[in-house]
Design a protein around this ligand. Structure first.
Ligand SMILES: [Zn+2]
Ligand SMILES: [Zn+2]
Length: 344
Protein backbone atom coordinates (compact mmCIF):
# COMPACT_ATOMS: atom_id res chain seq x y z
CA UNK A 1 0.00 0.00 0.00
CA UNK A 2 1.45 3.35 -1.00
CA UNK A 3 0.21 6.77 0.06
CA UNK A 4 0.59 8.98 -3.01
CA UNK A 5 -1.45 11.95 -1.85
CA UNK A 6 -4.11 12.28 0.84
CA UNK A 7 -6.67 11.60 -1.89
CA UNK A 8 -5.01 8.54 -3.44
CA UNK A 9 -3.56 5.26 -2.25
CA UNK A 10 -2.16 2.48 -4.39
CA UNK A 11 -2.34 -1.30 -3.97
CA UNK A 12 -1.47 -4.19 -6.26
CA UNK A 13 -2.89 -7.65 -6.86
CA UNK A 14 -0.70 -10.77 -6.65
CA UNK A 15 0.16 -10.59 -10.34
CA UNK A 16 0.88 -6.85 -10.17
CA UNK A 17 -2.29 -5.19 -11.47
CA UNK A 18 -2.46 -1.70 -9.96
CA UNK A 19 -5.42 -0.59 -7.84
CA UNK A 20 -5.91 3.08 -6.94
CA UNK A 21 -8.18 4.06 -4.09
CA UNK A 22 -9.88 7.42 -4.66
CA UNK A 23 -11.20 9.32 -1.64
CA UNK A 24 -14.48 11.09 -2.42
CA UNK A 25 -16.51 13.42 -0.26
CA UNK A 26 -20.01 11.96 -0.61
CA UNK A 27 -21.92 14.22 1.80
CA UNK A 28 -21.15 16.59 4.65
CA UNK A 29 -18.73 14.77 7.01
CA UNK A 30 -19.10 11.56 5.03
CA UNK A 31 -16.49 10.08 2.70
CA UNK A 32 -16.58 7.11 0.41
CA UNK A 33 -14.02 5.26 -1.70
CA UNK A 34 -14.03 4.39 -5.36
CA UNK A 35 -11.35 2.07 -6.77
CA UNK A 36 -9.71 2.26 -10.18
CA UNK A 37 -8.28 -1.07 -11.31
CA UNK A 38 -6.01 -1.42 -14.33
CA UNK A 39 -5.98 -4.85 -15.96
CA UNK A 40 -4.31 -5.00 -19.38
CA UNK A 41 -6.33 -2.62 -21.53
CA UNK A 42 -9.26 -2.45 -19.10
CA UNK A 43 -9.73 0.60 -16.86
CA UNK A 44 -12.34 -0.47 -14.35
CA UNK A 45 -13.92 1.88 -11.82
CA UNK A 46 -15.54 0.18 -8.82
CA UNK A 47 -18.24 2.53 -7.42
CA UNK A 48 -18.61 6.21 -8.18
CA UNK A 49 -19.30 8.30 -5.07
CA UNK A 50 -22.57 10.17 -4.54
CA UNK A 51 -22.56 12.73 -7.37
CA UNK A 52 -23.40 15.28 -4.67
CA UNK A 53 -21.50 18.57 -4.06
CA UNK A 54 -17.79 18.18 -4.80
CA UNK A 55 -17.96 14.41 -5.25
CA UNK A 56 -17.81 14.32 -9.07
CA UNK A 57 -14.87 16.73 -9.00
CA UNK A 58 -13.13 14.54 -6.39
CA UNK A 59 -13.63 11.59 -8.73
CA UNK A 60 -12.12 13.41 -11.72
CA UNK A 61 -9.20 14.70 -9.64
CA UNK A 62 -8.59 11.18 -8.27
CA UNK A 63 -8.55 9.67 -11.77
CA UNK A 64 -6.07 12.33 -12.92
CA UNK A 65 -3.79 11.59 -9.94
CA UNK A 66 -3.99 7.87 -10.72
CA UNK A 67 -3.06 8.67 -14.33
CA UNK A 68 0.02 10.61 -13.16
CA UNK A 69 1.04 7.69 -10.98
CA UNK A 70 0.40 5.02 -13.64
CA UNK A 71 2.01 7.22 -16.33
CA UNK A 72 -0.91 6.83 -18.68
CA UNK A 73 -3.92 8.85 -19.65
CA UNK A 74 -6.77 8.22 -17.23
CA UNK A 75 -10.02 10.15 -16.97
CA UNK A 76 -13.76 9.60 -17.30
CA UNK A 77 -13.42 9.25 -21.08
CA UNK A 78 -10.81 6.47 -20.85
CA UNK A 79 -12.74 4.24 -18.41
CA UNK A 80 -13.85 0.98 -19.99
CA UNK A 81 -16.17 -0.33 -17.25
CA UNK A 82 -17.95 0.86 -14.10
CA UNK A 83 -18.83 -1.90 -11.65
CA UNK A 84 -21.31 -0.94 -8.92
CA UNK A 85 -21.09 -2.92 -5.67
CA UNK A 86 -24.65 -2.01 -4.62
CA UNK A 87 -27.54 0.36 -5.14
CA UNK A 88 -26.89 2.98 -2.46
CA UNK A 89 -26.50 6.57 -3.55
CA UNK A 90 -23.00 7.05 -2.06
CA UNK A 91 -21.80 4.24 -4.37
CA UNK A 92 -23.67 4.89 -7.62
CA UNK A 93 -24.66 8.60 -7.47
CA UNK A 94 -21.79 9.63 -9.77
CA UNK A 95 -23.21 7.60 -12.67
CA UNK A 96 -25.10 10.43 -14.45
CA UNK A 97 -21.89 12.50 -14.61
CA UNK A 98 -19.83 9.52 -15.75
CA UNK A 99 -22.44 8.51 -18.32
CA UNK A 100 -22.36 12.02 -19.76
CA UNK A 101 -18.58 12.06 -20.21
CA UNK A 102 -17.73 8.42 -20.84
CA UNK A 103 -18.73 5.41 -22.90
CA UNK A 104 -17.71 3.01 -20.09
CA UNK A 105 -20.01 -0.01 -19.78
CA UNK A 106 -22.04 0.15 -16.56
CA UNK A 107 -22.67 -3.09 -14.63
CA UNK A 108 -24.71 -3.89 -11.52
CA UNK A 109 -26.47 -6.91 -10.03
CA UNK A 110 -29.96 -7.69 -11.35
CA UNK A 111 -31.66 -6.96 -8.02
CA UNK A 112 -30.30 -3.39 -7.89
CA UNK A 113 -30.63 -2.62 -11.61
CA UNK A 114 -33.99 -0.88 -11.21
CA UNK A 115 -32.51 1.45 -8.61
CA UNK A 116 -30.13 3.07 -11.07
CA UNK A 117 -32.16 2.60 -14.25
CA UNK A 118 -35.69 3.33 -12.87
CA UNK A 119 -34.74 5.55 -10.02
CA UNK A 120 -37.78 7.82 -9.90
CA UNK A 121 -40.16 4.84 -9.68
CA UNK A 122 -38.12 3.29 -6.91
CA UNK A 123 -38.03 6.52 -4.89
CA UNK A 124 -41.85 6.78 -4.91
CA UNK A 125 -42.39 3.14 -3.89
CA UNK A 126 -39.79 3.10 -1.12
CA UNK A 127 -41.05 6.45 0.25
CA UNK A 128 -44.53 4.94 0.61
CA UNK A 129 -43.22 1.79 2.30
CA UNK A 130 -41.05 3.88 4.57
CA UNK A 131 -44.08 5.94 5.55
CA UNK A 132 -46.03 2.78 6.56
CA UNK A 133 -42.95 1.34 8.30
CA UNK A 134 -42.60 4.51 10.40
CA UNK A 135 -46.33 4.49 11.28
CA UNK A 136 -45.99 0.87 12.47
CA UNK A 137 -42.76 1.79 14.26
CA UNK A 138 -44.56 4.43 16.36
CA UNK A 139 -42.77 7.48 14.94
CA UNK A 140 -44.72 10.70 15.60
CA UNK A 141 -46.44 12.37 12.63
CA UNK A 142 -44.15 15.42 12.75
CA UNK A 143 -40.99 13.34 12.89
CA UNK A 144 -42.24 11.07 10.13
CA UNK A 145 -42.73 14.05 7.79
CA UNK A 146 -39.23 15.30 8.61
CA UNK A 147 -37.60 11.92 8.05
CA UNK A 148 -39.42 11.35 4.75
CA UNK A 149 -38.15 14.73 3.54
CA UNK A 150 -34.64 13.79 4.66
CA UNK A 151 -34.88 10.46 2.83
CA UNK A 152 -35.92 12.12 -0.43
CA UNK A 153 -33.59 15.12 -0.16
CA UNK A 154 -30.40 13.03 -0.01
CA UNK A 155 -31.38 11.47 -3.34
CA UNK A 156 -32.69 14.36 -5.41
CA UNK A 157 -29.55 15.04 -7.44
CA UNK A 158 -29.68 11.67 -9.22
CA UNK A 159 -31.47 10.79 -12.44
CA UNK A 160 -31.70 7.36 -14.04
CA UNK A 161 -28.99 6.04 -16.34
CA UNK A 162 -29.15 2.92 -18.53
CA UNK A 163 -27.42 -0.27 -17.37
CA UNK A 164 -25.23 -2.05 -19.94
CA UNK A 165 -24.91 -5.43 -18.24
CA UNK A 166 -25.99 -7.30 -15.12
CA UNK A 167 -23.82 -9.72 -13.20
CA UNK A 168 -25.92 -12.89 -13.00
CA UNK A 169 -26.66 -12.71 -16.73
CA UNK A 170 -22.96 -13.10 -17.43
CA UNK A 171 -22.13 -15.77 -14.88
CA UNK A 172 -21.09 -13.42 -12.06
CA UNK A 173 -17.88 -12.38 -13.77
CA UNK A 174 -16.31 -9.81 -16.05
CA UNK A 175 -13.03 -11.02 -17.56
CA UNK A 176 -10.78 -11.64 -14.49
CA UNK A 177 -13.25 -10.06 -12.02
CA UNK A 178 -15.56 -12.43 -10.13
CA UNK A 179 -18.64 -11.46 -8.14
CA UNK A 180 -20.46 -13.02 -5.20
CA UNK A 181 -24.04 -11.97 -4.52
CA UNK A 182 -24.21 -10.86 -0.86
CA UNK A 183 -27.78 -9.61 -0.23
CA UNK A 184 -28.60 -8.01 3.12
CA UNK A 185 -27.16 -4.52 3.43
CA UNK A 186 -28.69 -3.98 -0.04
CA UNK A 187 -30.67 -6.41 -2.25
CA UNK A 188 -28.22 -6.63 -5.12
CA UNK A 189 -25.01 -6.18 -3.16
CA UNK A 190 -21.98 -7.99 -4.57
CA UNK A 191 -18.44 -8.54 -3.38
CA UNK A 192 -15.95 -8.36 -6.24
CA UNK A 193 -12.74 -10.36 -6.35
CA UNK A 194 -9.65 -9.83 -8.47
CA UNK A 195 -6.99 -12.45 -7.73
CA UNK A 196 -6.16 -12.09 -4.00
CA UNK A 197 -7.99 -8.79 -3.45
CA UNK A 198 -11.65 -8.33 -2.47
CA UNK A 199 -13.79 -5.23 -2.93
CA UNK A 200 -16.53 -5.50 -0.33
CA UNK A 201 -18.50 -2.27 -0.86
CA UNK A 202 -20.56 -1.93 2.33
CA UNK A 203 -21.01 -5.67 2.99
CA UNK A 204 -17.95 -5.72 5.25
CA UNK A 205 -16.51 -2.51 6.72
CA UNK A 206 -13.44 -2.22 8.93
CA UNK A 207 -14.75 0.24 11.52
CA UNK A 208 -18.52 -0.16 11.93
CA UNK A 209 -21.06 -2.93 11.42
CA UNK A 210 -22.75 -2.24 8.08
CA UNK A 211 -26.24 -0.74 8.26
CA UNK A 212 -29.25 -3.07 8.23
CA UNK A 213 -32.79 -2.25 7.20
CA UNK A 214 -35.91 -4.41 7.39
CA UNK A 215 -36.90 -6.72 4.58
CA UNK A 216 -40.42 -5.27 4.79
CA UNK A 217 -39.02 -2.15 3.05
CA UNK A 218 -37.09 -3.93 0.29
CA UNK A 219 -36.93 -7.65 -0.50
CA UNK A 220 -33.50 -9.31 -0.10
CA UNK A 221 -32.45 -6.85 2.59
CA UNK A 222 -32.89 -7.73 6.27
CA UNK A 223 -30.66 -9.26 8.88
CA UNK A 224 -31.36 -12.90 7.96
CA UNK A 225 -30.08 -12.41 4.41
CA UNK A 226 -27.15 -10.37 5.69
CA UNK A 227 -25.92 -12.95 8.21
CA UNK A 228 -26.17 -15.69 5.59
CA UNK A 229 -24.19 -13.54 3.14
CA UNK A 230 -21.42 -13.11 5.74
CA UNK A 231 -21.03 -16.89 5.85
CA UNK A 232 -21.25 -17.18 2.05
CA UNK A 233 -18.42 -14.68 1.80
CA UNK A 234 -16.35 -16.52 4.40
CA UNK A 235 -16.53 -19.70 2.30
CA UNK A 236 -15.99 -17.95 -1.04
CA UNK A 237 -13.13 -15.65 0.00
CA UNK A 238 -10.76 -18.40 1.12
CA UNK A 239 -7.45 -16.95 2.23
CA UNK A 240 -7.80 -13.62 0.47
CA UNK A 241 -4.89 -11.28 1.22
CA UNK A 242 -6.48 -7.84 1.14
CA UNK A 243 -10.03 -6.55 1.57
CA UNK A 244 -10.87 -3.07 0.33
CA UNK A 245 -14.18 -1.60 1.49
CA UNK A 246 -16.38 1.30 0.44
CA UNK A 247 -15.56 3.27 3.60
CA UNK A 248 -12.76 3.15 6.21
CA UNK A 249 -9.38 1.50 5.82
CA UNK A 250 -8.29 -1.81 4.30
CA UNK A 251 -9.22 -4.96 6.25
CA UNK A 252 -6.15 -7.20 6.67
CA UNK A 253 -7.90 -10.10 8.44
CA UNK A 254 -11.24 -10.70 6.78
CA UNK A 255 -12.29 -13.76 8.77
CA UNK A 256 -11.66 -12.07 12.11
CA UNK A 257 -13.67 -9.06 10.93
CA UNK A 258 -16.56 -11.32 9.88
CA UNK A 259 -16.56 -12.80 13.39
CA UNK A 260 -16.63 -9.32 14.97
CA UNK A 261 -19.55 -8.16 12.84
CA UNK A 262 -21.55 -11.31 13.59
CA UNK A 263 -20.89 -10.75 17.29
CA UNK A 264 -22.27 -7.19 17.11
CA UNK A 265 -25.57 -8.54 15.79
CA UNK A 266 -25.73 -11.44 18.24
CA UNK A 267 -25.31 -8.99 21.13
CA UNK A 268 -27.82 -6.53 19.67
CA UNK A 269 -30.42 -9.28 19.24
CA UNK A 270 -29.93 -10.35 22.87
CA UNK A 271 -30.21 -6.74 24.02
CA UNK A 272 -33.49 -6.31 22.13
CA UNK A 273 -34.91 -9.49 23.65
CA UNK A 274 -34.18 -8.01 27.08
CA UNK A 275 -35.77 -4.67 26.14
CA UNK A 276 -38.85 -6.52 24.89
CA UNK A 277 -39.55 -8.16 28.20
CA UNK A 278 -41.77 -5.06 28.34
CA UNK A 279 -43.73 -4.22 25.14
CA UNK A 280 -42.08 -1.54 22.97
CA UNK A 281 -42.49 -0.08 19.49
CA UNK A 282 -39.56 -0.13 17.05
CA UNK A 283 -39.06 3.62 17.63
CA UNK A 284 -38.78 2.94 21.36
CA UNK A 285 -36.36 0.07 20.77
CA UNK A 286 -34.23 2.36 18.56
CA UNK A 287 -34.15 4.93 21.34
CA UNK A 288 -33.19 2.32 23.95
CA UNK A 289 -30.38 1.05 21.70
CA UNK A 290 -28.98 4.27 20.29
CA UNK A 291 -30.28 7.11 22.53
CA UNK A 292 -30.90 10.56 21.06
CA UNK A 293 -29.41 10.29 17.59
CA UNK A 294 -28.38 13.49 15.87
CA UNK A 295 -26.52 14.61 12.78
CA UNK A 296 -26.94 14.56 8.98
CA UNK A 297 -30.13 16.62 9.34
CA UNK A 298 -31.98 13.65 10.84
CA UNK A 299 -30.62 10.99 8.48
CA UNK A 300 -29.02 9.16 11.41
CA UNK A 301 -32.43 8.91 13.09
CA UNK A 302 -33.73 7.14 10.02
CA UNK A 303 -30.74 4.79 10.04
CA UNK A 304 -31.28 4.02 13.74
CA UNK A 305 -34.96 3.23 13.13
CA UNK A 306 -34.14 0.94 10.21
CA UNK A 307 -31.38 -0.80 12.19
CA UNK A 308 -33.75 -1.47 15.12
CA UNK A 309 -36.49 -2.48 12.66
CA UNK A 310 -34.23 -5.04 10.96
CA UNK A 311 -33.36 -6.69 14.28
CA UNK A 312 -36.94 -6.74 15.61
CA UNK A 313 -38.08 -8.17 12.26
CA UNK A 314 -35.39 -10.89 12.45
CA UNK A 315 -36.59 -11.99 15.92
CA UNK A 316 -40.26 -11.76 14.93
CA UNK A 317 -39.71 -13.80 11.73
CA UNK A 318 -38.15 -16.53 13.85
CA UNK A 319 -41.08 -16.75 16.26
CA UNK A 320 -39.29 -15.17 19.21
CA UNK A 321 -41.60 -12.14 19.56
CA UNK A 322 -45.30 -11.53 19.43
CA UNK A 323 -47.47 -8.49 18.84
CA UNK A 324 -48.77 -7.22 22.15
CA UNK A 325 -51.58 -5.00 20.83
CA UNK A 326 -53.00 -7.27 18.13
CA UNK A 327 -56.63 -6.52 19.08
CA UNK A 328 -56.07 -2.82 18.48
CA UNK A 329 -54.31 -3.50 15.14
CA UNK A 330 -57.19 -5.76 14.08
CA UNK A 331 -59.78 -3.05 14.66
CA UNK A 332 -58.02 -0.50 12.43
CA UNK A 333 -57.40 -0.73 8.70
CA UNK A 334 -54.65 1.94 8.62
CA UNK A 335 -51.08 1.30 9.87
CA UNK A 336 -50.71 1.94 13.63
CA UNK A 337 -47.86 1.59 16.12
CA UNK A 338 -47.10 -2.09 16.79
CA UNK A 339 -45.90 -3.05 20.25
CA UNK A 340 -43.69 -6.14 20.25
CA UNK A 341 -42.89 -8.25 23.25
CA UNK A 342 -40.74 -11.25 23.91
CA UNK A 343 -42.20 -14.75 23.94
CA UNK A 344 -40.81 -16.54 26.93
ZN1 LIG B 1 -24.53 0.91 1.35
ZN1 LIG C 1 -21.78 3.23 1.64
Amino acid sequence: MAQISPALKAFTTSSGHPIYRLTLKAFKNFWTYAYLVLVDDMQVLIDTGSGFGVCNQDLEDGLALAGDEAKRSIGLSTLTHVLITHGHIDHFGGLPHIHEHSSAKIGIHELDMRIIANYEERLILVSQRLNDFMKNAGVTDAQRETLLKVYRMAKLTYHSVPVDFTYEAQGMRLAPFEMLHTPGHCSGHVVIRLEDVLFTGDHVLGDISPHQSPESLTAFTGLGHYLKSLEDLRAWAGDVRLTLAGHAGPIPHLHARLDEIREVHTKRLAEIQTILEIPHTIAEVAHELFGDVEGYYGYNQLLALEEAGAHVEYLYQRGLLHIHNLDEIKKNSTPRPIFYSRLT
